[in-house]
Design a binder for this molecule. Structure first.
Ligand code: SF4
Length: 105
């Protein structure tokens, strides 16, 4: 009987620890999820930012240019969205574009 209770206590503690770890990981993920830049954002309007480069009609725009291959894009090449030096604290769409586009070296 005593053994069983000790084992139960251990299992309970292990569950508690793993639940706390999961909770920590999910709150970390939430903290990292920055809001997306809206096209209506004043800075976005100024720079003609579009979430889809296909919709861009701008003299500077050249086919093939997207946030995902811009030097200011802070995400990985495979990310659908990532940070951008022009929009601190927010994320831009990898297939988006703005007039501050600079080709990645
Ligand atoms: S600076 Fe580059 S990554 Fe940032 S919004 Fe403009 S095109 Fe996209």
């Amino acid at each position: 009987m005593h053994r069983t209770m000790e084992m139960d206590r251990r299992i309970f503690v292990m569950k508690l620890v793993s639940a706390a770890t999961m909770l920590g990981a999910s709150s970390l993920a939430l903290a990292e999820a920055k809001p997306m830049v809206a096209e209506a954002d004043p800075q976005a309007v100024n720079l003609n930012y579009k979430t889809d480069a296909a919709a861009v009609k701008h003299a500077k725009f050249k086919s093939g240019q997207v946030c995902g291959n811009c030097a200011l894009f802070q995400g990985k090449a495979t990310d659908a969205a990532g940070g951008c030096g022009i929009f601190p604290g927010k994320q831009v769409a990898a297939k988006g574009w703005c007039a501050a586009y600079a080709k990645k070296a």
